[in-house]
Design a protein around this ligand. Sequence first.
Ligand SMILES: [Mn+2]
Length: 315
Amino acid sequence: MKKNIDIIINTSEITAGTRGASMGPDAIITAARAKGSMLFGQHPITRIANANHLLDHETRHNFAKRLDGLVGIYKELNEVVSKSLVAGNFPLILAGDHGSAGGTIAGVKSAFPDKRVGVVWIDAHADIHSPYTTPSGNIHGMPLATALNDDNLPCRKNDVPYETITLWEELKNTGGIAPKIQPQDLIYVAVRDVEKEEVKIMERLGIKNYGVEDLHMVGEDLLAEKILERLSDCDVIYISFDVDSMDPLATSHGTGTPVENGLLPSQAEHLMLKILESGKVVCLEFVEVNPCLDEKTNKMAETALKILESLLEKI
Ligand SMILES: [Mn+2]
């Protein structure tokens, strides 16, 4: 299957807890240019408007920081991603932090309202908090709650103000369909740093996580088979690849929240290649490269680029 690729650059970093992820997509482009790759000259590029100026002001939403900026980013992503898909193209999103990925999922669902959307979420973190459970208020820990339309109220601990709730409901309803995905259609890979509220909702909803050990044990081919088997009732699949799923020793600390004992880059690459071979993947996203935090110059972006170049041959 050869599809036209639409590159979508989203430099939002308003939902992260550390600064610099907005430069992640351009660090990947820089890595390509540094090695003489023409990759970014070969596909049309759309840039999503960011709201990073909000970082220069106090936020009014302590349990969902800068939520007011994210609502518009979700809307634009929903439109741009769904338009690309409806045109028969393959949207490839390079984003800053992971908080906007719910907007991408909204776009996939808007393009295929009658189809079941599967999500493969490759990440050190479960990203399934809500304003009611978050310990930090950073929305990059919440995108899957927006896709599932589940606030994990049994674990509620924050008294969320009405103004925040109103915008949060708007965020979850981006594109007019909620929920976008069913819990059984969400598969985690490499999640290994979770809070107790997240463990509870994963148990309540029965969400499957294939840990790093599982991958070491069965290998990429078999794990891809297991994932595809679980998603066999899904018509289309979205892969969300957070670079913090990888081991910082095998990559670098060039990401907002690195966690040890992660995937090797080759494992992440081969696993995604195998899932792509199913022909069901319609959208792919890379997030959380942060060159400001990279102790090895631009190593994380270079690692992401290498994986990306390999995957693009299968699209
Ligand atoms: Mn993430």
